[in-house]
Write a protein that binds this ligand. Structure first.
Ligand SMILES: CC(=O)SCCNC(=O)CCNC(=O)[C@H](O)C(C)(C)COP(=O)(O)OP(=O)(O)OC[C@H]1O[C@@H](n2cnc3c(N)ncnc32)[C@H](O)[C@@H]1OP(=O)(O)O
Ligand SMILES: CC(C)C(=O)C(=O)O
Length: 515
């Protein structure tokens, strides 16, 4: 069986999804889970993009030991240097350097001739090879490039030292037949192609990213680039879970396999969804809530008699467990610790104490504590803001059908002072947000507000996601609580704190020195 390397780019292309911005702790948490899932390569970010990206790529390279860690760079010396500084502590430093090869990108965006692009690509790979033991080169917009030009440039970058050649469908344009032809033609035409692994990276603009990736595998791709839940720029990237499970279930056809621990898929999907705020649709293949649900009588009858009548994937293959309720308010610390570990977390003693306290207080209010509740509490703890500039201490809301909603909020400000304010609004949430805005003393534009319950039932935890603009920066925020107004306040403050944390690591002014 042919082994296909899985290159996960959730933390780079996935983070390019509009509205997604992960903080340092969240990126580390996702990287650790990707490592548990067993992806071969984690693209941890774009080190030259900002100090924040640099620091998170470095921390991931320094700590992740199973998967190989890479970072993206333009064909620019300074960016390759920055990537080296971020990645050099890793076990197998690997660079991903790219330049566009399609006529439309070369002419209008790069304003370079094809020969200049070849020279630039070769120089940047040679420059990178002076530092990195492994270099991957990508031909951005490969699928709209002239195939003979691609063949020419690929031969030259392989000679310069590139070991992986990635051929992205940057704008999600290609069809399955065309991508199969592209990979086959290049394998037959480029004389030194056997010295490199060919890789595919598909976008989902026409909803064909997964099938195109699988078609590339059929035609000889040895690496697939994808993201958890298919998140990514515009309509997203090929989704890792769909490719991995298709290769597993249809290995009779593809004759290829990944090295993934498939029963970590559901957990990874939930973590990424929670931390990015991008909800997984119920009907999403493999990880959607309905993926294993049977509604109609004939189907239910069939499944009860023999599950393979209507189920080609068993839920446990991807880590979906039927058993929900486990712990309650009388549970002790040992059982709780074991539960946390079974959910894939390694908690420090301090984290465990904090989450155990939160669990006990939740158990006082809520009858059943499910895995999802514990997962939410632990994620909140692990992904707390780097610095909590503002913190909500108390909240009171007065609402009546014939009254103007009024909120009173007590908060701690960055100087450690306790401040109290009150304000009204057209609804309770607006009253809370107007009050918080007064305390912060700046305008906060609310661009998106979403609420969901973590489990079913009237006592379910509420989870609120917001998208705001504050001091010229956009940020998302998340808050979880028993009460929807408290969850709303937490999400709002969380997003403001993210803006303030980001301002600690501003995007540097880059000097453009092309290789
Ligand atoms: C298909 C993809 O997903 S590619 C990855 C996309 N991801 C990102 O862009 C996120 C990170 N990006 C950033 O933080 C910024 O864009 C930076 C730091 C990389 C560059 O910022 P700036 O220097 O302000 O340039 P800006 O983004 O406005 O413009 C891009 C420039 O890079 C050039 N460029 C684009 N791709 C490449 C490349 N692969 N190699 C060299 N130059 C390139 C463009 O032609 C343009 O050059 P110009 O300024 O001479 O016209
Ligand atoms: C930089 C490359 C790999 C990319 O993300 C794309 O072309 O979509």
């Amino acid at each position: 069986m042919r082994k296909i390397n899985v290159f996960d780019t959730t933390l780079r292309d996935g983070e390019q999804s509009p509205g997604v911005n992960l903080n340092f702790e969240e990126k580390l948490q996702i990287a650790a889970q990707l490592d548990r899932l067993g992806v071969d390569i984690i693209e941890a970010g774009f080190p030259a993009a900002s100090e924040g990206d640099f620091q998170s790529v470095k921390a991931i390279a320094d700590t992740v030991k199973g998967s190989s860690v890479t970072g993206l760079s333009r064909s620019v010396k300074k960016e390759i240097d920055a990537a080296w500084e971020a990645l050099k502590g890793g076990e197998e430093p690997r660079l991903h350097v790219f330049i566009a090869t399609s006529p439309i990108h070369m002419t209008h965006k790069l304003r370079m001739t094809p020969d200049q692009v070849i020279e630039n690509a070769v120089d940047s790979v040679k420059y990178a090879k002076q530092r990195f033991p492994r270099v991957q080169w990508s031909a951005e917009d490969a699928c709209r490039s002239d195939i003979d030009f691609l063949a020419r440039i690929i031969e030259k970058v392989i000679d310069a030292g590139a070991e992986v050649i990635n051929l992205p469908d940057t704008v999600g344009y290609i069809t399955q037949e065309e991508i199969r032809h592209m990979f086959t033609y290049l394998r037959e035409t480029v004389p030194n192609i056997d010295k490199a692994i060919l890789s595919t990276h598909c976008h989902d603009d026409l909803g064909m990213a997964v099938s195109n990736s699988l078609a590339a595998v059929e035609a000889g791709a040895g690496q697939v680039e994808c993201t958890i839940n298919g998140i990514g720029e515009r309509a997203g990237n090929a989704s890792l879970e769909e490719i991995a499970v298709a290769l597993k279930i249809r290995n009779d056809f593809y004759k290829a396999e990944t090295g993934l621990t498939l029963n970590e898929i559901k957990r990874t999907s939930s973590l990424v969804s929670k931390l990015t705020g991008m909800v997984v649709p119920n009907n999403k293949a493999v990880v959607g809530d309905n993926a294993f649900a049977h509604e109609s009588g004939i189907h239910q009858d069939g499944v009860l008699k023999e599950s393979s009548t209507y189920e080609i994937i068993t839920p446990d293959l991807v880590g979906v467990s039927a058993n929900r309720m486990v712990l309650g308010k009388l549970s002790g610390r040992h059982a709780f610790k074991e539960k946390i570990e079974s959910l894939g977390y390694n908690a420090t003693e301090e984290e465990l104490n904090k989450v155990f306290k939160a669990f006990k207080s939740l158990a006082d209010k809520k009858k059943e504590i499910t895995d999802e509740d514990i997962f939410a509490l632990m994620t909140e703890e692990k992904a707390g803001e780097a610095v909590k500039y503002y913190e909500v201490q108390a909240l009171q809301v007065n609402y009546g059908t014939n009254n103007i909603p009024t909120a009173a909020v007590t908060m701690q400000n960055p100087e450690g002072e306790t401040i109290q304010e009150a304000a009204t609004g057209s609804g309770s949430v607006e009253a809370v947000y107007n009050t918080i805005e007064r305390i912060i003393g700046g305008e906060v534009k609310l661009k998106d507000y979403r609420i969901q319950s973590i489990t079913g039932g009237r006592d379910a935890l509420a989870e609120v996601y917001v998208q705001i603009e504050y001091e010229g920066e956009e940020a998302s925020g998340r808050g979880t609580a028993n009460d929807v107004l408290e969850a709303s306040a937490r999400a709002y403050i969380n997003s403001v704190n993210r803006v303030l944390n980001r301002k600690k690591w501003p995007r540097p002014k880059t000097e453009k020195i092309h290789v």
